[in-house]
Design a protein around this ligand. Sequence first.
Ligand code: GDP
Ligand code: MG
Length: 716
Amino acid sequence: MTFTIALVGNPNCGKTMMFNKLTGSNQRVGNWPGVTIDKKVGRIRGTDDLELVDLPGVYSLSPYTPEEIVSRNFLVEERPDAVLNIVDATNLERNLYLTLQILDTGIPTVVALNMMDIVEKQGDSIDVKGLSKKLGCPVVPVSALKGIGIDELVGEVGKAIDNKAVSEPVPLGERVEASISIAESALKGKVPDQSIRWYAVKMVEGDVTLSEEYPDVKSGIADEVSALEKDLDDDADSIIADARYNAISGIIDGNVKKSKKNHEDSFSDKVDRIVTHRILGIPIFIGVLGVLFLGIIGYGDIVGIGTYCTDWLNEFIGGLIESANAWCDENGVNPILQGLLVDGIMSGVGAVIGFLPQMLILFLGMCILEDVGYMARVAFIMDRVFRFFGLSGKSFIPVLVGTGCGVPGIMASRTIESERDRRITAMTVTFIPCGAKLPVIAMIAGALFGGNGLVAIFSYVLGVVCVLVSGIILKKWKSLSGTPTPFIMELPPYHVPSVINVLKAVIDRGWAFVKNAGTIILLSCVVLWFLMSFDTSFNYIGANATSDSILQIIGEAICVVFVPLGWGNEWELTVGTITGLIAKENIVGTFGVLYGIEAGESGEGLESVLAAALTPAAGLGFLAFNLICAPCFAAIGAMRRELGNWRSTAFAVLYQCMLAYGVSLMIYAFGSIILGTEVGIGSLIAAVVALVILAYFMLMKDPFHQNGGKAIGDSQ
Ligand code: GDP
Ligand code: MG
């Protein structure tokens, strides 16, 4: 028989680190049913019957966020054999808020007092025995980081299971307890006896989910709850929250001694006073970023490490492709096979793999900043701005990474705790122009705006606006509704990054990318190659012979859709948009091929062709469409990984394309009026309709906005 132990704790209390310490390599990772939150299960090292389940980090067992729902359902419905509650010892007040709710469930509980190394370093002391007595459950001081106290912890968990030690609730004060007893009698027989107190407290609190589930209990205790509210002159959920905080003060009193001097002057506090300063914070942040990007991407004559590696790899891949071509020529390989191998697979996958060094190095830099603790400060600084648009400050980091490449940008959304924020961010990061879109921006600027740098600035501003607007729109979808992650209240102390953590994160991402390149990207490239290299009678028409190909027929069929946008009369533009799905810079290369411009002279020749084909407004609209619509296959693959399934990925791509269409239309129609160029009345009307639809979704009342995210910060 195996026993299940649930690992529960606040976000950032060290759960993941403890999980890895306890299970070593005996882990399985999947998703919780229905949500894309990691589900990690592993056997505790040195035991053969203790299975540990890592629950998502939560502050409370409320029913609001997906994380809370997963955690509380697992505890009260699956009823694990024991709970291992990880508590951040440097922040007992906030962490015990969850502990009290866990103890209500009656499940045998062991509290691991984590981060004791920091507590000791700060010169604070905690009376563990006294704490254990007041909480009524075993408390073990540990440090997941230093690996201290782990064996004792496993020993206590084993004992708790053997003794079937039912956890004792912490009383919440006489008046509140009276209401809880009444709720308990009303619930008798309707819920499992062991956890009846948990249900009772939640019913008094006015828990929305349970109130719906047990309407008769709710009405049965309604009078008592009103009386309680009247007696204590507050609403029930605040009363319960206050009662918990009072109980926590009682528990901590006398058991925790803070060394005042050390505490106030801790290194982290000192640094934070400057780094998160209201005014200095943002310039410092821009400086840090500047250094990072300069080091990775470079500027002017300075070649960054990432660019250097990318150039090297691209040259290497180019050489490989050439040799493969030469080899095929020499050995008389079937030209179709040669085309498939060289033009389809090697060029297509090579284009994507070429991003890898840039991406990994950018990611390495971000991981280090994250592990040191700086990213939490950045999120803190940006929180105020992003919250206004329904996103949290944490969404800012992926957006930032996305300016280099969308793939690590999408992957960086992993660090966002709230599932909803994470999904919205992963869906919108690629609106920001990435490195590969720069040649397209340069092409349009050169062809239609005399190379004006404003086109580039316009592109970035458009990207940011689309992210923010989408934050407002997407949260009105049921699956993405809710409040953003609670305001970041506590900043973790700075510490030296752990080499293993950082490398693991980077390798993990790199591997996911390579796996994508070997599967979905490979397949997509082969399909596109086929469409480009065969004509409609399935005759092979050779490498890069995009004209007369099936792709041309498709382009000609689809381009009609883009006629209202002012760039649908040229099927080449549509085909370019399609080949841009392999990598956005392909758009420029494809035009070169389609308009028959030799590689060497592509610059000016191409610009004059485009200048003749497009009005400035239509060109800008074309650019906008390609910036916002479905990103390249590599990024779609990354989205698929973060969103967890193809359905959400398809939704995201559809949303992106629709938004791109509307924006492109508006830019063309309104831009034409502003610039005094020709525009059809149909386009104008359509643009006004698009504007109205967009405004409607933005202004529409959020149908799912409830009294959500009632995190403890709100009730204090
Ligand atoms: P989770 O969000 O609960 O999974 O927390 P993590 O395991 O990701 O840890 C959050 C941060 O706390 C990481 O930067 C860890 O390195 C750090 N951490 C975890 N446990 C300890 C500990 O015992 N001592 C110290 N000093 N840091 C720790
Ligand atoms: Mg974690």
